[in-house]
Design a protein around this ligand. Structure first.
Ligand SMILES: [Zn+2]
Length: 315
């Protein structure tokens, strides 16, 4: 049953949960899909995870959420793609699709005849076209420590941007990052297609910490309440909005020693990372660029030129 080819516009009876596989040319097995249709009509929500194959808490949370949704208590429909980038997942690779070296989250909306990363993005966009709302689940990658946060774009038509902010506020993570969408990212593609979207980050370093998974699962359920997919009042949370989001990248390849911790309050000029060469001699002392809090930092000793070292956010 779970191996059936699935098409985004397939008719599905109300009040059912259907599993299938979204076809992607050149990728045997495609992308696993679960769609849950409510007994009553309502909005359509897309949930994606595993756009980055090593971000396990998002993947696990998407599956738990897909299987916990009760069709009898749902108004509208929810479609879950829990493992978008299966090639990277099984290769245990950070960021990219092994076949083409591309970051799927930089090639949206993709192309039907492009490389595998572009074909994956294009397949996801075909599903997104059936939804008005989209939550994309991420975590710190295999080599990243991360302070849980939700990011959304203020761009796009006002009703779309306002709904995205409302979804972000409902997620239950106190750290909201309002930031122009990254070119080729899921929530930029969503905004351009008129879909209200957020990108939620919880979990880090290839670990499957139950609290980090639960944070994503709770966030998804409360977004459903906030959007009226589940007829219960949504929980309300205190949040802080950060509008400055500065990434610091490595000027060289070598060995890196982080000097900050996630969530830490930092001041401009403090040490952010120390880079040494392959003999252990210090080559760079990378300073924190402005006052704020540390959103994430690389944990790998290995660093390549232009790799992100850390990010600082400020209100
Ligand atoms: Zn990611």
């Amino acid at each position: 049953m779970s191996e059936t080819a699935w098409h985004p516009t397939d008719e599905q009876p109300r009040g059912t949960r259907l599993r299938g596989r979204l076809l992607v040319p050149g990728l045997p097995g495609g992308i696993p899909v679960t769609r849950v249709t409510g007994v009553e009509p309502g909005p359509a929500l897309l949930v994606t995870a595993g756009v980055h194959g090593g971000e396990y808490c998002g993947i696990e949370a998407a599956l738990q959420f897909a299987n916990a949704l009760d069709p009898a208590a749902l108004c509208g429909e929810v479609t879950i793609l829990a493992l978008v980038n299966r090639p990277a997942f099984y290769a245990k690779r950070q960021y990219v699709v092994p076949e083409d070296g591309l970051n799927v989250n930089r090639v949206f909306p993709g192309r039907p005849d492009g490389s595998l990363a572009e074909r994956l993005a294009h397949a996801v966009m075909r599903v997104a076209a059936t939804a008005q709302h989209w939550v994309d689940l991420h975590s710190g990658d295999l080599h990243e420590a991360l302070w849980p946060f939700v990011i959304y774009s203020p761009d796009g038509p006002a009703p779309v941007a306002q709904t995205a902010r409302r979804m972000a506020q409902a997620y239950g993570i106190p750290v909201l990052v309002e930031s122009p969408a990254i070119a080729g990212g899921t929530y930029q593609a969503a905004t351009r297609a008129g879909i209200a979207a957020i990108l939620a980050e919880s979990g880090q370093m290839g670990q499957l910490e139950p609290a980090d998974v639960a944070r994503h699962v709770a966030g998804l359920h409360n977004v459903c309440r906030a959007l009226g997919l589940v007829p219960e009042p949504a929980q309300v949370f205190e949040t802080t909005t950060y509008t400055q989001n500065l990434w610091v990248r490595s000027p060289r390849a070598g060995l890196q020693h982080p000097q900050v911790r996630v969530g830490q309050a930092v001041r401009a000029g403090e040490p952010g990372a120390i880079l040494t060469d392959e003999f252990g001699d210090v080559r760079d002392r990378i300073a924190v660029p402005h006052d704020g809090r540390v959103l994430f930092h690389a944990t790998s000793l290995a660093i390549n030129e232009d790799d992100p070292l850390f990010a600082v956010v400020a209100p």
